[in-house]
Design a binder for this molecule. Structure first.
Ligand code: TXA
Ligand code: MG
Length: 319
């Protein structure tokens, strides 16, 4: 049967509609503070299978589970003091914790059959209210086709998936704009698997220990982190100083006169948080032009700039 996607403003009535769909194993586009998610109930194999198929995502890349509060999230994992401390400091918010799984009702497809699971408690009002209606966590990858740019608005989700899902809840633009920070707590050594708004320095301060970067770890634990990702259709060239003929320009700071259209600035006042919020949206806008590629100016590697650089590096990898 042909589905026609509805985009509904996230209000009380429509959150109930979304919750009823989720209870019936349907997939819904859901706003979060980081990026929009493609959500389904985490305790049902068929639902999870649908998420993978809609995204065209390989089954060896596990999903993140979203919970209404820290208590529910911690209940589903074997947690230690470190998890408790991080949860207390950063939840609700853009932090994902990976730990050994405890809840046996979670679909094994969602966790790619690993003995660990990624959990987070989002701070976005819409998904929080939605989760309050449910007695199961929502498994949700970013709501984009596999390997492509994450969506930061309801329209972006529609552009990515067209009519493959019945409903997208429109909760406005994601305020953070890049995906959550992922911290692996399943071993003695704390490892950062993906950078985000919450930096490794923020984590180190709370845990009072040094943490490793994924590149330092011999076994690549997170298959989805290794390959091309976050890619627009046009090639991306990073750390660019000048625009080449027929290239689009994505700058950081005021754009000088020598740059021609299409050109956009991630943040005219060189604010990294603003740049993160604009990153995917602006790459999408530039990608729509008749250009040979997108050149991106160097972004400082500090704070959320580390997360931005991580995404751009993967966006620029040859396909
Ligand atoms: O901000 C976010 O985290 C967004 C919103 C929707 O919550 N979600 C998101 O999900 O970015 P996704 O599926 O695009 O990225 C999830 C990442 C994948 O790279 C996956 O490999 C990793 O989380 N992951 C999930 N479970 C894992 C596990 N048990 N061990 C290691 N990595 C895991
Ligand atoms: Mg993703």
């Amino acid at each position: 049967m042909q589905i026609k996607t509805k985009i509904l403003k996230s209000n009380k009535r429509n959150i109930i509609i979304a919750s009823e769909l989720l209870k019936k194993n349907k997939i819904v586009g859901i706003p979060t503070e980081t990026v929009y998610g493609l959500g389904g109930r985490a305790d049902n194999d068929n639902t999870i299978k649908k998420i993978f198929n809609i995204k065209n995502r390989p089954f060896n890349t596990p999903l993140i589970l979203h919970y209404k509060n820290s208590e529910c999230a911690l209940n589903d994992i074997f947690y230690d003091e470190r998890a408790k401390e991080l949860a207390k400091e950063f939840w609700p918010g853009p932090l994902t914790l990976v730990s050994k799984i405890k809840n046996k009702n979670i679909s094994k497809l969602a966790t790619a059959n690993l003995n660990t699971v990624a959990v987070r408690v989002p701070s976005n009002k819409s998904i929080k209210e939605l989760l309050m209606q449910l007695d199961f966590p929502i498994a949700a990858p970013s709501a984009n086709r596999y390997g492509k740019l994450s969506p930061t608005s309801a329209e972006d989700v529609y552009d990515e998936l067209k009519n493959k899902i019945p409903l997208i809840l429109d909760g406005g633009i994601s305020t953070v704009g890049v995906e959550s920070t992922i911290i692996d707590l399943s071993n003695k050594k704390v490892v950062i698997l993906r950078h985000g708004c919450i930096s490794s320095a923020d984590i180190e301060k709370v845990l009072n220990c040094s943490i490793k970067k994924i590149s330092d770890v011999k076994i690549l634990k997170s298959p989805g982190l290794a390959i091309n990702h976050y890619q627009p259709d046009k090639p991306v060239r990073i750390n660019a100083k000048k625009q080449r003929t027929n290239e689009g320009w994505l700058g950081f700071g005021k754009i000088q006169k020598e740059f021609v259209k299409p050109s956009l600035s991630l943040s005219k006042k060189r604010c990294l948080k603003e740049a993160a919020k604009n990153l995917y949206k602006m790459l999408r806008l530039l990608d729509r032009n008749e250009i040979i590629g997108i050149a991106v100016q160097k972004i400082p590697k500090k704070g959320i700039g580390i997360a931005i650089n991580e995404r751009l590096f993967k966006a620029a990898k040859k396909k």
